[in-house]
Design a protein around this ligand. Structure first.
Ligand SMILES: C[S@@+](CC[C@H](N)C(=O)[O-])C[C@H]1O[C@@H](n2cnc3c(N)ncnc32)[C@H](O)[C@@H]1O
Length: 288
C-alpha cells in the first residue's frame, strides 16, 4: 500500500492550490482543513508528521478540497464555526458568525454583568451565536432569540441545546419589521441585533464565499440600509426598559447615519465601537 504524503507536503500542496483559487489566508485554511479531517487542531497537525488517513478521510479531503476551490466556505463544509470560544453548528441556512461580532457580545456582557436576571432579546439570531454566548456568559440572564427564518431557528435551537442554555432562551419566529408580532413581548434590559446590512449595490464587492453561499436574507437590506435600525429604534421605544441598552452591528459606511438615528430616538450616550480593522462596526445606546 502506498504511504500517505507527509503533512508538510500536503499543507504546501493545498496552500498552493488555495492561493491559485484566490482564497484569502490559504495556509491557515489548508491547516484547518487537514486538522479537521485528522480530528486535531492546527498545532496538533504538526505533531503528526506522517499521518495515516482512512479511506473515508482521504475521500473527505478530496471532496472538501474540491468544494473549497469553488469558494464554498470551509465552515459550511465542516458544519461548524468557532465563536466566542464555543463551537456552533452552521449550515447555509445561517450566516457564518464573524469574529467582529464577538466584540459586540463582549460589550453587552460588560454592560449587563452586574445585573441579576437581565432580560435580553436578539433580533435576527441566525445560528444563535450572540444569544447563546450571552446566555452562557450571563448565567442568570433570560433571552428571547428571534429570526424570520425557521431553518435558522432550528440550527439556533440545536446550538442552545448543545451549550445547555435552551432552558433560558425562548425562540420566536418573527419578522422584526412586523410590529403586530411584538405585542406579546415584555420590556427588556437589552436589545441586541446584527441585522442584514449590505446594500444590493455592494453585492459585487463581497467575497465569493459570502456572495455565492451565505443566505441572502441574512445579508441584504433594501434602500438606504437604515430600515432595520429604524425598526430596532421603534422596537426599543416600546420594549426597552429605561436605562436599558441597545447594541447593534452595522456597516461602517452608514455609522454616522445610524448614530444620528439613535441620537434622535430616545437614546443617550451613543457609543460607536470599531472592529479589529479600525472600522466603525457597532453602535451602543442607553435609553433615557
Ligand atoms: C446578519 S445575520 C446575523 C445572524 C447572527 N445574529 C450573527 O450575528 O451571526 C441577520 C439575521 O437576521 C435574520 N433576518 C433577516 N430579516 C429579518 C426580519 N425581517 N426579521 C427577523 N429576522 C430577520 C436573518 O435570517 C439572519 O439570520
Amino acid at each position: 500500500m502506498q504511504a500517505d504524503p507527509p503533512v508538510s507536503h500536503l499543507i504546501r500542496a493545498i496552500t498552493k492550490s488555495f492561493l491559485g483559487a484566490g482564497i484569502p489566508s490559504p495556509q491557515t485554511e489548508a491547516e484547518w482543513l487537514l486538522a479537521s479531517i485528522l480530528q486535531t487542531n492546527r498545532s496538533g497537525l504538526y505533531q503528526q508528521a506522517e499521518p495515516r488517513f482512512s479511506s473515508a478521510q482521504r475521500q473527505m479531503l478530496v471532496e472538501y478540497h474540491t468544494h473549497r476551490l469553488q469558494r464554498e466556505p470551509l465552515q459550511y463544509l465542516l458544519g461548524t464555526c468557532a465563536f466566542f470560544g464555543y463551537e456552533f453548528q452552521v449550515s447555509p441556512a445561517v450566516l457564518i458568525p464573524r469574529p467582529e461580532t464577538e466584540l459586540l457580545v463582549e460589550k453587552v456582557i460588560a454592560l449587563l454583568q452586574s445585573k441579576k436576571k437581565a432580560t435580553i432579546i436578539d433580533l435576527g439570531t441566525g445560528s444563535g451565536c450572540i444569544a447563546i454566548s450571552l446566555a452562557r456568559e450571563l448565567p442568570t440572564a433570560q433571552v428571547v432569540a428571534t429570526d424570520i427564518s425557521n431553518a435558522a431557528l432550528e440550527i439556533a435551537k440545536h446550538n442552545a441545546t448543545v451549550h445547555e442554555v435552551a432552558d433560558r432562551i425562548r425562540f420566536l419566529q418573527a419578522d422584526m419589521c412586523n410590529a403586530s408580532l411584538w405585542r406579546e413581548l415584555p420590556q427588556f434590559d437589552c436589545v441586541v441585533s446584527n441585522p442584514p446590512y449590505v446594500l444590493q449595490e455592494e453585492r459585487a464587492e463581497l467575497q465569493p464565499e459570502v456572495r455565492d453561499y451565505e443566505p441572502a436574507a441574512a445579508l441584504y437590506v433594501e434602500g438606504d440600509g437604515l430600515q432595520f435600525y429604524q425598526t430596532i429604534t421603534k422596537f426599543c421605544e416600546q420594549h426597552l426598559k429605561c436605562g436599558g441598552y441597545v447594541a447593534c452591528e452595522m456597516a461602517s459606511q452608514r455609522s454616522a447615519a445610524i448614530a444620528q438615528l439613535f441620537h434622535t430616538s430616545s437614546f443617550t450616550s451613543v457609543e460607536i465601537i470599531r472592529d479589529y480593522s479600525g472600522f466603525d462596526r457597532h453602535v451602543i445606546g442607553q435609553k433615557i
